[in-house]
Design a protein around this ligand. Structure first.
Ligand SMILES: [Zn+2]
Ligand SMILES: [Zn+2]
Length: 177
């Protein structure tokens, strides 16, 4: 039995090739069939002009509204604009836990130098694997090298691996059964 996970661009454009996420996600969540789906080009309902950021929880609501049309079980949105939730300056992403929608932003993941393409890609993969972990019911992990560790700053993201630690892997198995 497999589930379909859709990858959807949020907004008019994206500075990241979504195809690059397909293998990293399917190798970690093996019962997912990962496909690219139609973009959610207009996320203006989630835009807050005072903060000049997008409210990530409102993006999740937009994704929930569109998921049936996309014909997937779950969808991860990827945006290149900045995301926030009230009480925080920004978030790298947010997901229903557990649930069928999640979103990540590449806005804060860009390296200082354009030459560090690999670093940018590694960060996007970690954030995607992290939010999907929440979608399948995983909580934050105290292990700083586990992908489910909470990233408060980019340094936390760079420190952690793209993989689930043994504990989270065991948790994942319990959730799936
Ligand atoms: Zn998290
Ligand atoms: Zn862990």
């Amino acid at each position: 039995m497999y589930e379909k996970l859709g990858l959807s661009r949020i907004g008019a454009e994206l500075d990241y090739d979504l195809d690059q996420l397909i293998d990293p996600i399917s190798s970690r969540y093996k019962w997912f069939r990962v496909i690219k789906v139609a973009p959610l080009a207009d996320a203006s309902e989630a835009y807050d002009s005072r903060r000049d950021q997008y409210h990530s929880s409102r993006v999740l609501v937009l994704l929930e509204k569109s998921i049936e049309k996309l014909r997937v079980n779950r969808v991860l949105g990827v945006a290149s604009f900045d995301l926030y939730v009230p009480n925080m300056n920004f978030v790298f992403g947010e997901a229903r836990m557990p649930g069928n929608v999640g979103v990540i932003s590449t806005w804060r993941l860009k390296p200082q130098s354009n030459h560090q393409v690999g670093l940018f890609s590694d960060r996007v993969i970690k954030e995607a694997v992290h939010e999907i972990g929440h979608m399948v019911g995983l909580k934050h992990c105290p292990n700083a090298s586990c992908v489910m560790h909470f990233s408060e700053r980019l340094a936390d993201t760079d420190l952690k691996s793209p993989n689930l630690c043994n504990n989270c892997q065991t948790q994942l198995m319990v959730q799936v059964e």
